[in-house]
Every structure is written in structure tokens, then in C-alpha cells.
Design a protein around this ligand. Structure first.
Ligand code: KG4
Ligand code: ZN
Length: 351
């Protein structure tokens, strides 16, 4: 089977439309994304029908943009990669139908990939501005923290993932977003909590750190969310407006401390001194700061991708798909979208 050197990648699993051209080495030639924050903002959350409709408006112009900016044409590409799971069905369909049509029309191979696998492999992405340390390699412990997931994986190689722990209820990103909603901070919430926290005292309020003392590597964020709600409900509008920064900083600290503590435990349990934190919440400034401190103290090589590769983007999808295509995987025109991961996605035999 021919070696795949360069792909066009498409990501439309949620509310961000993103297109990238990625090389075999993980080098990102270009990535262009359009977020839909303004259109979802009046609703305080993502409206699936609006998300898919906006993908149909922005996807083709974004494809044209990356071709123009990178001075590439279809002849220079060996294949197409698209997120086909997990995500919002209507949103995924826009990307997958577009990828299928392009593959059919151009006679190029294509592959549908798992969005989480894209996040897990994002530490390998590089571009003209940034690159991970040259010796960063498998195996590593990967903490995926996004709007829908909080999971710890042992990443042994492409397609070789062992789930070590996951959230029993809410995802970390969801806990951030819901707290932002309680405080009426606007959409998207995680970034607002991060921003206000920078002027707050993380010790002002004592929010619970769930499952901290348990040996398990699972997470639970429903406790901190409920405690947050009780605290907010107990305060007057005047108190809330005075205490917003302290509340955010304390709430954020409770989530971030748990994330780093579990990552630490996972590295110890696996006897591995290499780790990564990926997914939208890895853009959080406190995650990046406390993660860096922890890594220094414990001698762990920690890679947190640049901000542009933390939140949803097509570059990570391109690298994951290209790597799998070079292991011989291809999709057919029968490829279906799925709101969930497939059982086989994270169950591959470990070497
Ligand atoms: O990976 P992502 O872009 O989309 C999903 O796959 O879910 O993650 C989105 C999540 C949202 O919950 C958002 O609030 C959170 O990542 N997020 C943040 C920050 N930036 C994005 N949470 C806390 N602090 C941030 N700076
Ligand atoms: Zn994501």
C-alpha cells in the first residue's frame, strides 16, 4: 500500500469547523478554523441544529483557505482524513459527507477517525513556531480533558491505548461550563472562569476534591458542581459580583488539583515518566502552570500542546488519521458517523 505523506483533514464533530494539511512527521502546513461562539452564545450552550448548519456554511471556504495559504493543490495530497466519531451526529455528517464526496471525486483514499484519538496524539504536532521535545515518544500517560471527556490513557503506540480511568459523571470541561453558567459569565464558559480566576484567590472557598484519596484513577466532578451551585445560591447578587474572581479561582483550583493528582498517580502506577495533557481544558492557564510545577518536581517529561492544538482542531485529526492510514487502514463509502466511540477504538491489543 502506498505511503501516505500528506493529508487534508476535516474536523466538524462539535461546534468548531476546522481544516488542516498535515505531514507524516506531524508537521502542520496549515490549519484554519472557525468557531461558532457568537451564534450559540444567546442560547448559553451549543444548539446542535445551528452547529451543523454553520458547518455547511464554513467548511468549503476553509478548505479553499488552507489550499490558498499553503499554495497546495489536490495533486500534492495523498488522502483525506475526517472525524467520524464521537460527536454530534448532524455536525459529524457534514464533515464525513464532504470527505466522502471529495475522496470519490478525486480518487483519493480516506479514513474516518476518532476525535479523542486526535486529542491523544496532539502532543506530536509541530509547526513553524513550536515543536515538542525531540525525544518525546511512546509510551506516555495521556490525560484527555475536554467538554465531553475526562479520561486517563496509557498510550503505548498508534492504536494501542489502555483506558486507566475516566469520569463517573461530568467531564471537567462541563464542570467549568456549568459553573460559568451559574455565574452568568457568558459562553463559552471555561475560558471565562480561567480569565476571572487570574484575579482571584484559589484558597478563598473550599470546594470538594472528589475521589482524591481513592486508589482508582476515575474522576467525579458532580460533587464540585453541586457545591458550586449551593455556594452561588447562598449569595446575594451584590456578594456574587464582588466575589466572582475568588469563586472562580477556588472552583478552578478544586478541579485542577484533582486532574494533576490523578495524572501523578497514573504515572506512578504505570512506572512511566512521560505524560501529556490534551483537550480543551488543557488550554486552562492553571492546568498549564500546576502541570508544569508537578512535572518539574516529579521528573516527568510533560507535553501540553500549544493552545491552538488543545481545543478542537483538524491538525490533530490529520496526524491521527495519517498515522493509521500508514498502518493500512482505509474507510469505504459505507463509513457511518457515531455519537460514541466504537468498542474497537480503544481496545486494540497491546504490544
Ligand atoms: O476539546 P474541546 O475544544 O471540545 C470537546 O471535544 O469537548 O473542549 C472544549 C471544553 C469546553 O468545556 C471549554 O469550556 C473547555 O474545553 N475549555 C476550558 C478552557 N478553554 C476551553 N476550560 C477551562 N479553561 C480554559 N481556558
Ligand atoms: Zn475535543
Amino acid at each position: 500500500m502506498e505511503q501516505i505523506e500528506k493529508v487534508l483533514a476535516i474536523e466538524t464533530s462539535c461546534d468548531d469547523t476546522s481544516v488542516a494539511i498535515v505531514e507524516h512527521s506531524g508537521f502542520v502546513l496549515d490549519v484554519a478554523s472557525a468557531n461558532q461562539d457568537l451564534v450559540h452564545s444567546p442560547f448559553g450552550g451549543i444548539v446542535p441544529e445551528i452547529a451543523s448548519r454553520n458547518h455547511t456554511l464554513t467548511l468549503l471556504p476553509l478548505i479553499e483557505t488552507v489550499f490558498e495559504r499553503s499554495a497546495h493543490s489536490w495533486e500534492l495530497l495523498d488522502g483525506i482524513v475526517v472525524t467520524s466519531r464521537p460527536g454530534l451526529i448532524g455536525s459529524l455528517l457534514v464533515g464525513v459527507i464532504t470527505a466522502k464526496t471529495l475522496a470519490l471525486g478525486l480518487g483519493k483514499p480516506f479514513l474516518g477517525v476518532n476525535h479523542l484519538e486526535g486529542h491523544l496524539l496532539s502532543p506530536f504536532l509541530k509547526d513553524r513556531e513550536a515543536a515538542p521535545p525531540a525525544d518525546f515518544d511512546f509510551p506516555y500517560v495521556g490525560l484527555v480533558v475536554s467538554g465531553g471527556h475526562s479520561s486517563l490513557f496509557l498510550v503505548k503506540g498508534i492504536g494501542q491505548y489502555e483506558l486507566l480511568g475516566q469520569t463517573l459523571d461530568d467531564a471537567a470541561g462541563e464542570a467549568f461550563d456549568k459553573f460559568a453558567k451559574m455565574l452568568d459569565l457568558g459562553f463559552p464558559g471555561g475560558v471565562q472562569v480561567d480569565r476571572l480566576s487570574q484575579r482571584g484567590n484559589p484558597k478563598a472557598y473550599d470546594f470538594p476534591r472528589s475521589l482524591m484519596r481513592e486508589r482508582s484513577l476515575d474522576f467525579s466532578f458532580s460533587g464540585v458542581k453541586t457545591a458550586g451551585l449551593r455556594q452561588v445560591e447562598s449569595m446575594s447578587p451584590e456578594q456574587l459580583s464582588l466575589e466572582k474572581e475568588n469563586l472562580c479561582a477556588s472552583y478552578q483550583e478544586a478541579i485542577v488539583e484533582v486532574l494533576i493528582a490523578k495524572l501523578d498517580r497514573a504515572c506512578r502506577d504505570c512506572g512511566i515518566l512521560r505524560a501529556s495533557i490534551v483537550g480543551g481544558v488543557s488550554a486552562n492557564s492553571r492546568v498549564r502552570f500546576l502541570g508544569g510545577e508537578w512535572a518539574k518536581k516529579s521528573g516527568v517529561q510533560l507535553v501540553i500542546p500549544p493552545l491552538r492544538y488543545c481545543t478542537d482542531n483538524a491538525a490533530m485529526i490529520g496526524f491521527a488519521g495519517l498515522s493509521r492510514m500508514n498502518m493500512g487502514e482505509r474507510s469505504t463509502q459505507e463509513l457511518a458517523v457515531s455519537s460514541r466511540s466504537l468498542a474497537t477504538d480503544f481496545n486494540m491489543p497491546l504490544s
